[in-house]
Design a protein around this ligand. Structure first.
Ligand code: PMT
Length: 427
């Protein structure tokens, strides 16, 4: 089994870019964790970042002078900006503001940090942080897609309470989560360390949804379901074991993130939809294990809904949520390809018939059908059983996986998916 550990970062030269935002205070902890992992860290701050945290703090934590300006003759006399760009193995920007993302997506070089990004061939990652409306804005989403296409890896953002009082996607991932994402090894690096032990998912990116979604009715109530997230988290842990880079998009659950997994928290089906579409296009396999609410309230009440005197009923008007997995199955990249798409079907009767219908209707490659009425299996349980049905394998009638711990079942599902992926590319 492959163990991912922080010493994979030892000796890596990391250029930590910090841009303006309240999350900049977390960059101090990030710098500390990177130093503890054995990295050489040099920090570049934008002008705005210095309003939130001082260069002196970062200098004390890294033991290196902090660069803030492109036009600084003294600093350029030491390590010039082109030398600094060549020095870095990894450029990591945390937090990355909407403005910086826009400038980098345009290839601008109007300050030290953007110039270094343009001049460097290092691996590049960023952890966006901004208000949820700014993150959702089509311009920011366009820039995020552009940066993905240009080879940037976007870590997060996570969803939740924001410093401005809003709730939604836009929170910077925690420093520990960012370091965990960095520890994930590119395939070549793992291969060169253990040439005789190639792992089946090496070099693959697997995106998994897990847990329930929560659809607000008013500030204190929501619609949801009993998914604990255990099945999806087991898939994420098994995918890491098999050598994959794993991104887990999780609804609200009470589970620890498996080692080596990049986790993005969301709450609602709309947030899960947006995050899945953004990340799936860069994946080899997309697995929809989340129990997504099919409906949400047409309007969320601004204040707590009150009981009406004399009325025994309350009518809620619900509207359909988008079908996330069907949307992913319909995506195409520039070359006309898409990830392998694996769905789950939670059924209480006629397992094979209903699951087969979902497989076809949602245009999936494989469906993992589980009977959620069986005692001790399915929702919230530690064990599960399933019937695997492939789109192209109707004559085979599916493969039965008997009751077993969810981690074991997750390994079996992934091994099937990976061997199909190796033998026949998806459309
Ligand atoms: O989380 P646990 O407690 O461990 O429980 C695991 C589980 C029972 C939740 C899991 O094994 C499971 O069955 N997940 C899918 C649950 C579900 O919502 O099934 P469904 O039959 O309603 O949906 C079919 C597929 O469409 C699923 O892949 C689902 O993620 C996807 N879907 C559904 C609705 C929607 N709006 N968008 C979707 O992508």
């Amino acid at each position: 089994m492959m163990r991912l550990s922080a010493n994979r970062l030892a000796g890596r030269r990391i250029l930590l870019g910090i841009s303006a935002g309240i999350a900049a205070y977390k960059s101090a902890q990030l710098a500390r964790l990177l130093k503890q992992a054995g990295c050489e860290v040099r920090v570049v701050m934008t002008a705005g970042a210095q309003a939130f945290i001082t260069p002196l703090t970062l200098q004390a934590l890294t033991g290196e002078p902090v660069r803030t300006s492109l036009l600084d003759p003294e600093a350029e006399a030491g390590m010039g900006h082109i030398e600094l760009a060549r020095w870095a193995d990894i450029i990591l920007i945390a937090p990355a503001t909407a403005d910086l993302m826009a400038r980098l997506a345009q290839g601008m070089a109007d300050d030290l940090l953007s110039t270094l990004c343009l001049a460097s061939e290092a691996e590049k990652l960023m952890a966006p942080a901004m208000n949820q409306a700014m993150w959702r804005h089509p311009a920011t989403q366009r820039n995020a897609d552009r940066l993905n296409q240009d080879g940037w890896r976007l870590l997060g953002p996570a969803s939740g309470d924001q410093a401005c009082g809003d709730v939604g996607p836009g929170r910077m991932l925690e420093p520990e989560e960012i370091v965990a994402a960095l520890i994930e090894q590119p395939a070549e690096a793992v291969a060169s360390e253990s040439p005789t032990q190639a792992l089946p998912a090496q070099g693959r990116h697997i995106v998994i949804t897990a847990g329930p979604t929560r659809e607000p009715l008013d500030p204190v109530r929501y619609l949801s379901n009993h998914s604990s997230g255990k099945m999806g988290f087991a898939l994420a842990a098994a995918a890491v074991e098999l050598g994959a880079r794993v991104t887990l998009i999780s609804g609200p659950v009470n589970l620890a993130t498996p080692e080596g997994v990049t986790r993005i928290d969301v709450e609602t089906a709309l947030q899960m939809h947006e995050t899945s579409r953004r990340l799936a296009i860069d994946s080899d396999i997309f697995i929809g294990c989340a129990a997504v609410a099919d409906y949400r309230a047409e309007a969320t009440a601004e204040h707590k809904i009150k009981k009406t005197e004399g009325e025994d009923t309350l009518t809620l008007r619900l509207i359909k949520n988008p079908d996330i997995i069907a949307a992913v199955a319909d995506m195409r990249d520039a070359a006309g390809g898409r990830p392998m798409v694996v769905g789950f079907a939670a059924e209480t009767r006629d397992l094979e018939t209903y699951a087969h219908d979902k497989l076809i209707r949602k245009r999936l490659d494989m469906i993992v059908a589980n009977d959620v009425s069986a005692a001790g299996l399915g929702f919230g349980a530690d064990d599960n059983a399933a019937l695997l049905i492939w789109r192209d394998g109707e004559a085979e009638g599916g493969e039965t996986l008997p009751p077993q711990p969810k981690l074991q079942l997750a390994r079996a599902v992934l091994e099937q998916a990976l061997s199909r992926l190796a033998s026949q590319p998806v459309p």
